[in-house]
Design a protein. Sequence first.
Length: 188
Amino acid sequence: MRGAAAIVIIGVLAGSAGRAGAEPLPRGSMGLIVGAIAGTGPDANRLGLGYIGYPFSFHAAWQPMDSEQRIGWTARWTTFFTSNGYASAAQIADLQTMQMDLTLGVRVRPGKSPRRYLTARAGPAMFRANQTIPPKMQRAFVGAVGSVGVQQYLVGTLFLLDFDLRYGLVGDGPSSIAFTAGFSINGP
């Protein structure tokens, strides 16, 4: 019995010794995003081309990992505002939209550096415009969004630079593709 207990204790100590070099990465981040957006498919002319950031856009993420993990999970809330020019749905002024989403996904470290990660996320999204958008002639839509991206820690792990390629709304709303760049400050 003592021999089995000794083996268990040695196994636990050896397992924790292997993880002793692991440093926790900041679990949360909050920051601002900017970018470009364009309608796709039948919505290309309806949504036109636009920029993200008007008047401000932001995201908050929770992605618990340590520096030795290669794969982890991530959750992110994004709210962004757009101003779209050349949109056929713009009848009075430029088409302005607000999009919010909550996405869950995976975060993968592609190399040895614990400062760079690839992400893939998907989740529900809400879309609201200042003018009705054909053919449904509605201003509010619900659907899904998906994104892939690259994250890079800066100044140790104090800041996070985040580039994403996003597609949404999948489902019943107007579809668009967007490229965003985010700059976040990290927390505990």
